[in-house]
Design a binder for this molecule. Sequence first.
Ligand code: UDP
Length: 239
Amino acid sequence: MADEPRYRRILLKLSGEALAGEQGYGIDPAVIQGIAEEIRDVSLLGIEIALVIGGGNIFRGLAASSRGMDRASADYMGMLATVMNSLAMQDALEKLGVVTRVQSAIEMQEIAEPYIRRRAIRHLEKGRVVIFAAGTGNPYFTTDTAASLRAMEIGAEVILKATRVDGVYTADPRTNPGAIKFSSLTYLEVLEKGLQVMDATATSLCMDNRLPIVVFDLTERGNIRRVVMGEDIGTIVKG
Ligand code: UDP
């Protein structure tokens, strides 16, 4: 393991489900605390951390619209779910002494700052963890796309995409024992093979701007730190 971190400014993308734990819905306090502790440990290394958290543990627009709800309204509800997750993560981090700011893409000034790019960068420079809430602020997008967009805007060197498996496989390793793990992939391979990394909009955005994505297993303690320190775990997607 290298002594010097590989990355100085990262964007960590957590799915909403990552906060749900075994119950599969909502926010599990023990789970969110565990993730917050890992983020604190990485922050103490002097790494600048921005977070984007999904909302799938509470509400997904696409699922609701497939059951008859207007898509845009459903998506706005999904974005509000990400705000709840962001506030929960803020709370967990601040209890551990990590200074944070939540910036929302949909203005709600009583509970979060509005998203202001230059202010977000300033927070990062001061060592604060910045949590970007409400996705992109637009329906028909995902928080993966929000993560790619924000990562580019703040000049993050990488997106760390946290999942429950230790990288990208030829098939789902939980149901397919013969599935093979990729250690690295190009953006085009991800798009052409339809691999489950991020959706096509998010992947294309990263491809166009040469932003690497590291897919790794969040369920193993210490993995965020390992990736940041340059250990080759998970799968890296780059040009
Ligand atoms: N969403 C949206 N625009 C965005 C980001 C999110 O409309 O820019 C909505 C969309 O309905 C999505 C929901 O918010 O289903 C929750 O986000 P996502 O599904 O990306 O969460 P994750 O799967 O990461 O938990």
